[in-house]
Design a protein around this ligand. Sequence first.
Ligand code: FMN
Length: 355
Amino acid sequence: MTGPAPFPTALTELTGVRYPIVQTGMGWVAGPRLVSASANAGALGILASATMTVEQLRAAVREVKSRTDAPFGVNLRADAGDAGERVRIIIDEEVRVASFALAPSKDLIARLKDAGVVVIPSIGARRHAEKVAAWGADAVMVQGGEGGGHTGDVATTVLLPQVVDAVGIPVIAAGGFHDGRGLVAALAYGAAGIGMGTRFLLTSDSTVPDAVKAKYLAATVKDVTVTTRVDGLPHRMLRTAMVDSLERSGRATSLLRALRHASAFRKESGASWRRLVRDGLAMKHGKELTWSQVLLAANTPMLLKASLVEGRTDIGVMASGQVAGLIEDLPSCSELVERIMDEARAALKSLPGAD
Ligand SMILES: Cc1cc2nc3c(=O)[nH]c(=O)nc-3n(C[C@H](O)[C@H](O)[C@H](O)COP(=O)(O)O)c2cc1C
């Protein structure tokens, strides 16, 4: 591989990648093309599996393997009814990293680690990081509130040092990163690398339709909002007429929409109603969610798919970090990663006191 020299950190040592940069798992976006391009660029590419059936996941993993020899990961929902089958695929196919959207159980972590898989849950609060670290996770990815998709309300600049101080395992910083300065800042906080979602969505290797990418590029920081009206959980996305209408609609409309999407997602994912309800119950557990929100939560993927795959931004949503407001181009993954590493080295040299 050509490009800037390797940049070893605890993250690169743990996972075997060249640079301390993670292309995070994003439903409908982080498919084989983006993941293999990220891996070939020297970053850790993570395949998003929550929007794939089990068979599609196996095929996607094999496709990535056919396009790259570099390590990569798979992101999954620990609370999915078929998480066990997905873990089986990760182990059988010798995928290097398992990334989790919600904290995995102690048993799941142990099963993966026994098989030599590196376990990196994503978390949005210190106590979750402490819990998964105590259960044996190899590293954690922390996502600050400015990050895209489901998100918390503590900013990366506050959450990151809090988690770095609380756990003894490598911490990957996510939420708001797009350049080499950000990487150096994260390393200065004690992180082992950065994870980026929105920045990788906005590359020429991402399969998101060009007209949709143009909407992200045109967005200012103020055009990115958080709504709970999609599925009851805070979800960061571009503000559109669709989001405004979700915010205005009453309970009956929400429930109808939820049922429609539940039915579509059931067909799409091959999930039975029983499984949807079981997943919904797991999601409802301990949270103040109405059944219509639970149904929608199981079907947020349909709203994302409408925009990110079909280009129907009038009926779909576009998950996005605030950082979309700073991004203005669509480099390839290798151009992006090289640029970030060059910027990071320049930023390190320009620090006061650096020789
Ligand atoms: C379009 C989109 C889809 C996402 N889907 C998922 C997902 O399926 N699983 C997950 O753990 N995180 C998901 N996320 C969150 C990202 O993995 C990542 O943590 C976040 O984008 C980081 O913040 P940034 O956008 O500021 O880089 C998604 C984010 C976006 C923008």
